[in-house]
Ligand binder design. Structure first.
Ligand code: C2E
Ligand code: MG
Ligand code: MG
Ligand code: MG
Length: 293
């Protein structure tokens, strides 16, 4: 039986190897396919943005929106943003895609402003790779000029991890953006590679508490303690705080009791196409003026 057992083990091993090789190949195939299709989507201008409201906790009003990439491919279907962004980062496509996102978000905000929706802010997510572009700041300035959006209406979101890849370069860039009037928010705060002595040098307006913590505030005393500490930290540093991923009234109550200023989450609205966000904000305004009359 020893022979048989050995034969089986070898057989099994070979199968495993074949399975592994096959798996690797199809993973690489998928990545190659995604890259080609993403390149095409960019060229054909078929990428889209969804917008999610950032809501004032006290008034319940939308203060601004976050722009989020959406990609539905004719062959691949809806590609999850995390996957699309990962491919874009690996291939360098994130640079032209990031620029498209910025231009599209700024034009949309300017359209909303001129149609009377007021001075909303728009938050655009940045990848570390975009900060390595030598002329990043002048490209941003150019897009603001081109679209007519006021710099005060724009903010960038960056994770701690992205900042820490090259803190000196990031600091240099965000000092320039800050002097233009553009704000910086720290995204997914609490999950990244944090370095508070680095972070304190940055002109930060806002900390965004990662939704993995928000999710547990009413069920997990550690998550509750972390969110409490992050909000207190933001308060003592004079930073605004946004709780991400608020899905229930109980979570919102928790944030409200701790004096968190803003929140985002499915409770108020999922990320939606521009037209739906326009209607949502118009309805808010209507409700407000009706209430005031
Ligand atoms: P993020 O910047 O932290 O965006 C928040 C994510 O949480 C979004 O996922 C949003 O749809 C989701 N979310 C919002 N509220 C809730 C909620 O109540 N519950 C749950 N479960 N999720 C909620 P999305 O749109 O899939 O984006 C994922 C990530 O992809 C973003 O995380 C951001 O890191 C990245 N991303 C998206 N668009 C861009 C972009 O244009 N450029 C870059 N560099 N990254 C982007
Ligand atoms: Mg974000
Ligand atoms: Mg986030
Ligand atoms: Mg995230």
């Amino acid at each position: 039986h020893a022979d048989t057992a050995m034969y089986r083990a070898k057989d099994l091993g070979r199968n495993k190897l074949q399975f592994y090789e096959h798996g690797m190949r199809s993973m690489q195939d998928r990545r190659n396919q995604l890259e080609q299709r993403l390149r095409l989507a960019l060229e054909e201008n078929s990428l889209k943005l969804a917008y999610q409201p950032k809501v004032d906790v006290d008034s319940g009003r939308t203060r601004g929106v976050e722009a989020l990439l959406r990609w539905t491919d004719t062959e691949l279907g809806e590609v999850p943003p995390e996957e699309a962004i990962a491919i874009a980062e690996d291939t360098g496509l994130i640079v032209p895609i990031g620029e498209w996102v910025l231009r599209e978000a700024c034009s949309q905000l300017e359209r909303w402003r001129t149609s009377g929706l007021g001075e909303l802010t728009v938050a655009v997510n940045l990848s570390a790779r975009q900060l390595n572009e030598k002329d990043f700041v002048s490209r941003v300035r150019h897009i603001l000029e081109e679209t007519g959006l006021a710099p005060e209406q724009l903010e960038f979101e960056l994770t701690e991890t992205a900042i820490m890849q090259d803190p000196d370069n990031a600091l240099r860039i965000f000092r320039q953006l800050d002097s233009l009037g553009i704000a910086l928010s720290i995204d997914d705060f609490g999950t990244g590679y944090s370095n508070l002595s680095q972070l304190k040098r940055f002109p930060i307006r806002c900390l965004k508490v990662d939704r993995s913590f928000t999710a547990g505030v009413t069920s997990d005393h550690q998550d509750a303690a972390i969110v409490r500490a992050l909000i207190m930290l933001a308060h003592s540093l004079d930073l605004e705080v946004v709780a991400e991923g608020v899905e229930t009234d109980a979570q919102l109550d928790f944030i409200r009791r701790l004096k968190g200023q803003q929140y985002q989450g499915y409770l108020y609205s999922r990320p939606l196409p521009a037209a739906d966000i326009g209607r949502l904000i118009t309805a808010e305004r209507g409700a407000g003026s009706a209430g005031a009359m």
